[in-house]
Write a protein that binds this ligand. Structure first.
Ligand SMILES: Cc1ncc(COP(=O)(O)O)c(C=O)c1O
Length: 351
């Protein structure tokens, strides 16, 4: 167990850039709290900056791009779906640091070349090198695994031109990136304590694990008993909890901590992504409307809408008891509201 000062010291020794605007806001959701008899707060990682389209990747990128610059790299390669927030945020952060962004994007939902939207449009405005790979019904991970010849071929070409590459896997979920969310956990608990709160639950979307792993690392370091719940945003293998634990522990070792993350520190659920990743869920879309219409806050159909919906179901069905203090970690991603209709679903219908 470490004090906040000790944790900040350990994180500080890793070195990071200043890309986002921290601390991100933390505030009560008054109308939902009253309606459901809980104390519901939101941690606004959607306001992380450094653009209007911030989200949960900037904290990871502060550490990762610091490392890229330290290693003398001039080009950042990363991966995601064509509407990946991570890819777009990596491109913005790379541009700010004077690095070249190179993106490999799996077309889970086929973009329309005549009507480029949302994150893919932002990638284009940023002038990132965009390599679109057909997904043929596979996940981003599978698509990238099967396209290694193409990817490695392009990387070799760039290297032959004299570029030094910093390679960031999907979602920025490297141990160093996950440290950003140990930081976020401490920041959130500090804000809660300053308001006299003892949070019972913290809910987040979880995909490539970095966010949840980092939060788990932060929880292990602080030694508090807030229940961490990860709402999965797509199908995951049975080994997923072990992957979360492994990354969290690698992050802790990087920080030089002797604490350990174990399975009892968090739970994950696969109940709320509906039919798949980037497949709209009518139930989650109802809750996107509900959040907008009660609190004036936008969530997206791929990540934060599904995690908000999952959390609301926990509250509605009593798995979160009345009177609990609950934090919703809003991980951002609202650009997806302006993406292809195959991702947005029925959100544009009057309802
Ligand atoms: C908006 C948003 N929320 C949540 C996540 C999930 O975070 P992680 O990949 O760290 O599990 C992502 C990842 O891309 C995201 O873009």
């Amino acid at each position: 167990m470490k004090s906040i000062e000790e944790i900040r010291d350990m994180l500080g020794r890793l070195g990071k850039l200043k890309l986002g605007f921290y601390p991100t806001p933390f505030h009560r959701l008054d109308r939902i709290s009253e309606e459901y008899g809980v104390e519901l707060y939101v941690k606004r990682e959607d306001f992380s900056g450094m653009t209007l389209f911030g989200g949960n990747k900037i904290r990871k990128l502060e550490y990762l791009l610091h490392d890229a610059i330290r290693q003398g790299c001039d080009t950042v390669v990363t991966y995601g779906a064509t509407q990946s927030n991570h890819a777009m945020e990596t491109a913005t952060a790379a541009r700010k640091c004077g690095l070249n962004p190179v993106l490999f994007l799996a077309a889970i939902v086929e973009p329309n070349a005549a009507d480029i939207r949302a994150n893919l449009l932002l990638d284009t405005i940023l002038g990132a090198e965009i390599n679109i790979i057909p997904a043929n019904g596979q996940s981003t991970k599978q698509t990238m695994e099967e396209s290694q010849d193409l990817i490695q071929g392009r990387i070799k070409e760039l290297e032959a031109q004299g570029h030094k590459i910093y390679n960031i896997p999907t979602g920025g979920s490297l141990p160093l990136g996950a440290c950003g969310f140990a930081d976020a956990y401490v920041e959130t608990m500090e804000q809660a304590a300053a308001m006299g709160l003892k949070p019972d639950y913290l809910f987040t979307a979880t995909g490539s694990t970095g966010t949840l792993s980092g939060l788990c690392a932060g929880k292990a370091l602080l030694g508090n008993d807030t229940k961490l719940v990860g709402i999965e945003v797509g199908p995951k293998p049975a080994s997923y909890p072990e992957e979360v634990i492994a990354l969290a522990n690698e992050a802790l070792r990087l920080m030089g901590a002797d604490e350990t993350v174990t399975a009892d520190l968090f739970t994950v659920t696969d109940q709320y992504y509906g039919a798949g990743y980037e497949v709209p869920s009518p139930d989650a879309n109802d809750d996107i409307r509900y959040l907008a219409r009660t609190e004036g806050i936008f969530a997206d159909p791929v990540y934060s809408g599904k995690s908000f919906h999952g959390m609301m179901e926990y509250i509605r069905n009593g798995r979160v008891p009345k009177g609990s203090t609950v934090i919703f970690l809003h991980t951002g991603g609202a650009t997806a509201l302006f993406s292809e209709s195959g991702i947005v679903g029925d959100l544009s219908c009057r309802k």
